[in-house]
Design a protein around this ligand. Structure first.
Ligand code: FES
Length: 147
């Protein structure tokens, strides 16, 4: 059997005790993304008032790193303005967790994409064009497997 991956204490903490799990019924924006390689799925709900994220919840069907990065990104965006939230990258989320094993970096992409997808939905619900483009993470999806 393979050795367990070297996860940081923070990753283990957010995996075993994830923050902000659940859904927001009257969410301002909902994002759902999936990783086509491993099949993991993440859903994020945002409550936005005056351009500020006042509440955020998530549901993730996925690996430990996906759960931990979802949990961390919700902590990072709560209380932030939309513009501030858009500056959060998957790498910043991974760093805030004390790092991820290289083969699990692609899981953090899901967290960033779920956030951007929920923000996109927020703008679209108001009939507005999102003021940002979809981001490409070309190398972090390729050749990864669900471990
Ligand atoms: S998100 Fe699928 S293996 Fe982590």
């Amino acid at each position: 059997m393979a050795d367990p991956l070297p996860y940081s204490e923070k990753v283990m903490d957010h995996f075993t005790n994830p923050r902000n799990v659940g859904e927001i019924i009257d969410a301002s924006g909902v994002g759902k993304v999936g990783n086509p390689v491993c099949g993991d799925v993440m859903k994020m709900y945002l409550k936005i008032e005056d351009d500020r994220i006042i509440d955020v919840k998530f549901k993730t069907f996925g690996c430990g790193a996906a759960v931990a990065t979802s949990s961390m990104v919700t902590e990072m965006v709560k209380g932030k303005t939309i513009q501030e939230a858009l500056t959060i990258t998957n790498r910043a989320v991974a760093e805030a967790l004390g790092g991820l094993p290289p083969k699990k970096m692609h899981c953090s992409v899901l967290a960033e994409e779920a956030l951007r997808s929920a923000l996109k939905d927020y703008y679209q619900k108001q009939g507005k064009e999102p003021p940002f483009k979809d981001k490409e993470h070309p190398h972090e999806h390729e050749g990864e497997t669900c471990l």
